[in-house]
Design a protein around this ligand. Structure first.
Ligand code: FMN
Ligand code: EPS
Length: 390
């Protein structure tokens, strides 16, 4: 399974084409829209989220609520495009019109893709970089992730996520009994945090950053339950599933680090406290006493919950901008100010769930078949029996 995305932040629409989704998967517009709504909700976002009401159109690959096995085209319109038609149009415009729509960006924002992208592609107007480097693109990554979640859901694999930290405010560890419960609690929190008290403090930290013309980042965690044992492989570097997950999370705009299981804490502990002892019982087969490895050994799933965290840096656009240089005059200037979020960590936690879901669904299909959902289900059932009695 693979997908590409296309579309500019203020262009007419975002598009993704999903290739290799099996036939016979129940998929409706509603199932994808519910994920798009989740991505739009988080506290700390700028005015753009009030303009957009992200809704997907399924333009190919699905009939009467079921996938055909053919490429699936998903489109999300940008409502904001109506304000940008002249600036973002594909056809040439006259010199006078260019003067009229002057939104040229020449003062790169530290932390965004502006300067590197301009140098790389030779764009003297850095809007040409901003438009595609913008995290608006994550809309259709969430749409693709929603399809992956449908595949996983039919196979009894559940994906959840939450925010652990924003701007230095850390959530206490709160126990939950199921992914459904986790989702219910985080859905009710504007910052998608399990710890209500910390959630309030996170909101105040976001308010403060906004007041100060600043921005803040944080940490999100994704948990996946129900993965069969032995998905992924140790035999080749590029088949290690945990590496694919890490790359997927790192590919989210502004993500700067990933941890799996206890992650960096493993450096401080002896092996006797880090490694997860192996148990067996008739009902569950092989399980582990602990899950410090976060569901992976040797690039393969252990059957324990997958636990992966990602750190998001603060948003680069600052209303009190940092020092920069105008690339036309080479004079020192403050960086450009674009309309911006102050904190997008809650939204990014939904994106993280989505990209993780995609990688896992892809790995499942690679191992258990691509064509038909019913055959894949059968294969997984047999595999589970096999691993249990091994
Ligand atoms: C959901 C989401 C929303 C974002 N919103 C903004 C924003 O409003 N303003 C901004 O400057 N950066 C925003 N970012 C971060 C930039 O897109 C990102 O920093 C930029 O693409 C440069 O890439 P890098 O940080 O990965 O190096 C957002 C990221 C995410 C995931
Ligand atoms: C549009 C989205 O996020 C955008 C991501 C983004 C950036 O630079 O990454 C900049 C902002 O765009 P705008 O300047 O149009 O407000 C965010 O709103 C979205 O998440 O749907």
């Amino acid at each position: 399974m693979r997908y590409l995305t296309a579309g500019e932040s203020h262009g007419p629409q975002l598009t993704t084409i999903l290739e290799g989704v099996p036939a016979g998967l129940e998929l409706t517009t509603e199932m994808i829209n519910s994920e798009l709504v989740r991505r739009q909700k988080g506290y700390g976002r700028g005015r753009r989220m009030q303009i957009e009401k992200d809704q997907v159109q399924i333009l190919s690959g699905v009939r009467h609520g079921f996938t055909l096995g053919a490429p699936i085209t998903l489109v999300v319109q940008n409502n904001d495009f109506k304000h940008w038609t002249k600036i973002m149009g594909a056809d040439p415009i006259s010199a006078e019109e260019q003067e009229e729509v002057k939104r040229k960006l020449t003062r790169p924002r530290p932390g965004h893709a502006d300067l590197n992208g301009a140098l790389k592609y030779g764009h003297r107007d850095m809007r040409n970089v901003l438009e595609r480097s913008s995290a608006r693109e994550t809309t259709v990554r969430v749409a693709a992730g929603a399809v992956a979640k449908c595949i996983l859901g039919e196979l009894g694999i559940k994906v959840g996520g939450h925010v652990m930290e924003i701007g230095g405010v850390k959530a206490e560890k709160i126990d939950y009994h199921s992914i459904e419960e986790l989702q219910e609690i985080t859905e009710a929190s504007p910052v998608r945090c399990l710890d209500k008290e910390a959630g309030e403090k996170m909101m105040r930290a976001i308010d403060k950053a906004k007041e100060d013309g600043d921005s803040i980042g944080g940490i999100v965690e994704v948990i996946v339950e129900g993965m069969p044992i032995g998905v992924g492989s140790y035999v080749q570097y590029d088949r290690k599933l945990e590496a694919k997950l890490a790359a997927a999370v790192m590919s989210i705009n502004a993500f700067k680090g990933v941890e799996i299981g206890i992650g960096f804490e493993a450096a401080e502990q002896p092996g006797s406290l880090v490694h997860d002892e192996i148990l067996w019982d008739e009902e569950n087969g092989y399980t582990r006493r602990t899950n410090n490895a976060g569901g992976f050994e040797g690039g393969m799933t252990t059957g324990m919950p997958i636990i992966i965290r990602g750190v998001m840096k603060p948003i680069p656009t600052l209303y009190k901008p940092l020092q920069s240089v105008d690339i036309d005059t080479k004079e020192p200037f403050k960086a450009s100010i674009e309309r911006s979020d102050s904190c997008a960590v809650p939204a990014a936690s939904v994106v993280a769930e989505s990209v993780v879901a995609w990688e896992l669904a892809e790995a499942i299909l690679e191992q258990f078949g691509h064509d038909r959902m019913d055959a894949i289900k059968e294969n997984i059932k047999r595999h589970k029996e096999y691993t249990k009695n091994f």
